[in-house]
Design a protein. Structure first.
Length: 185
């Protein structure tokens, strides 16, 4: 129930912002800033870069909120902007560094399964990281992810399945690591 009230409040704030109410846009930023930043950080694994990207997202949201036809779709729309900005940032970073994104190494000092899963997700291909982050960390439904990525629900399900398989392979490689066996047993 609390989530639905929050969703209604977001819709009212979007409508007020579309009517030119700056206080409504300020409230939207307060409500969504951390959520968008966490999502962008999961995709980029860069603390400062995530803040820069989030700021770019807000600039686009502010400029284009008047074009949003359905205030109820603000969340998926904002995540779509964040996804696109993050992917653009990652492409620029790859060109600058000439390093593959999936070269992230796991630290041996990570003890909990939660941290290991987050690290494994960070090491996945961009598309897999996006779909798993939206589904598990942002807890969006298949339909909402379909809206965010502008792809059919069936494609979301297929990509989710492939991303899970990729995550499972990474987990199994980690499980085969002798240093991890020492930590766990």
């Amino acid at each position: 129930m609390n989530g639905s009230l929050s969703h209604i409040e977001d819709q009212l704030l979007v409508m007020a912002a579309q009517n030119g109410n700056p206080a409504a846009m300020d409230e939207m930023v307060c409500r969504w800033q951390k959520r968008l930043w966490r999502y962008v950080f999961r995709l980029t694994d860069d603390f400062h870069g995530a803040w820069d990207i989030t700021q770019e997202c807000w600039l686009q949201i502010i400029r284009k909120i008047g074009r949003l036809n359905d205030p109820a779709s603000f969340g998926p729309w904002a995540y779509r902007i964040a996804t696109n900005k993050s992917m653009d940032w990652l492409k620029r970073k790859k060109r600058q560094e000439h390093l593959p994104l999936d070269s992230i190494q796991l630290g041996s000092d990570q003890k909990t399964g939660d941290l290991q899963v987050r690290e494994l997700v960070r090491g996945l291909k961009d598309a897999s990281r996006v779909i798993l982050s939206l589904y598990y960390f942002e807890q969006l439904s298949v339909g909402e992810i379909s809206d965010v990525l502008n792809i059919p629900s069936g494609t979301v399900k297929s990509r989710l399945s492939k991303a899970r398989a990729e995550l499972k392979q990474s987990w199994e490689r980690l499980d085969d690591n002798p240093s991890r066996r020492k930590e766990n047993g």
